[in-house]
Write a protein that binds this ligand. Structure first.
Ligand code: SAH
Length: 341
């Protein structure tokens, strides 16, 4: 049996047509499942008995199995899901004044090997399928009885290493009768896989792009992000310029402040020169310490100075406040602990 959640609207239309049904049935089904949250085919009153029986036999509409749920004092909720093959993945729900955002995991483990990130402690064992991406959101919506308004693909894994499934996932959640999450409310974050940045720019979806930059030059970036050996920083920056040329959409640069590694004022100056002229803003992220690594977070006073240095040099920046650190909400931490037991 396949999952209903595996299908984009066009995929579902083809699947139904191939099996002797009508393309318009796809929209009817999308409305039931995503808008009405109906998971019992028998209650879908405008669907023919014939089709309902076919669906009953061929497509499941099940939520992910919840292994455990952790709630932070700041309202952040972390889910550990168990997939059909026993793999554990983590998904985080964050509540803001503007809405509810789900941070989605794209792969089981990660092969990018960034030296500060807990996700890489467990090597990638496989890509997540479209339904496993979509069900991270639908399961949370059902469990919390909420409407998710934003999504970021910033959990474990490298989304551009699971490219097509992530694109189809965005199509499902963005569709007008799907989860109806606006394209401007969806962000994909990459460690900088240059050819995929350019491919993403040309997709017929208007979702956002974030780049995990984390360093102002090749010397530091090579040390902390292995991917920089394959795609050096200048190539990443050029890809961002090309992306803007095609889409006209502003980019986010993520920059974790690591004590004594990339947080000196001269690094802020170098970063300003590197990205000057690009329509972007820098999101300065406090490091969430990972027990297995030696990195420490930059203290708040120094972080503020770094931030001010950027703004003084005309760079748009934000200093992100920490969320969920008391429940190990940093990428991959929870899953690693659980697998390790
Ligand atoms: N592979 C993608 C998406 C997953 S990581 C990427 O690299 O962008 C999402 C973000 O969390 C990245 O910017 C990543 O560098 C950052 N991150 C990883 N470990 C972290 C930690 N311990 N503290 C703070 N941010 C972390």
């Amino acid at each position: 049996m396949q999952s209903f959640y595996n299908f984009t609207i066009n995929g579902l239309k083809s699947y139904l047509t191939e099996n002797g049904f009508k393309p318009y049935n796809a929209d009817q089904l999308y409305k039931w499942v995503y808008e009405q949250k109906e998971t019992d085919y028998h209650k879908m009153t405008n669907i023919s008995k014939n089709l309902r029986e076919f669906l009953e036999k061929n497509l499941t509409i099940e939520d992910l199995e919840i292994d455990s749920v952790y709630e932070s004092s700041d309202g952040t909720v972390k889910y550990l899901f168990k997939l059909e093959d026993g793999s554990l993945i983590e998904t985080v729900l964050m509540t803001y004044d503007y809405g509810k955002s789900v941070c989605v995991t794209s792969q089981v483990g990660c092969n990018m090997g960034c030296s500060f990130c807990a996700s890489g402690l467990l090597k990638k064992s496989r890509d997540l399928q479209v339904h496993e991406l979509v069900r991270q959101i639908t399961t949370i919506e059902h469990h919390q009885k909420i409407k998710v308004t934003h999504s970021v693909v910033m959990g474990t894994g490298e989304p551009f290493d699971n490219y097509q499934n992530v694109i189809d996932f965005i199509k499902v959640i963005n569709y007008k009768h799907g989860l109806q999450i606006g394209a401007r409310h969806i962000t994909v974050s990459t460690c900088g896989i240059v050819p995929k940045i350019l491919e993403y720019a040309k997709e017929d979806i208007k979702s956002n792009l974030a780049i995990s930059l984390h360093a102002p030059n090749n010397y530091i970036r090579n040390k902390i992000m292995k991917i920089n050996m394959a795609y050096p920083i200048q190539e990443v920056i050029q890809a961002c310029k090309d992306y803007f040329e095609v889409t006209g959409r502003r980019i986010t640069f993520e920059y974790i402040l690591l004590d004594g590694v990339n947080d000196k004022l001269e690094h802020a100056d170098e970063l300003s020169d590197l990205i000057r002229g690009i329509n972007a803003y820098v999101n300065l992220i406090p490091y969430n310490p990972v027990l297995e690594f030696h990195y420490r977070k930059t203290d708040p006073a120094k972080a503020s100075k770094f931030y001010l240095q950027l703004t003084k040099r005309g760079i748009n920046a934000t200093l992100r406040k920490e969320q969920g650190s008391d429940i190990d909400a940093a990428c991959g931490q929870l899953r690693y602990k659980k697998e390790d037991i």
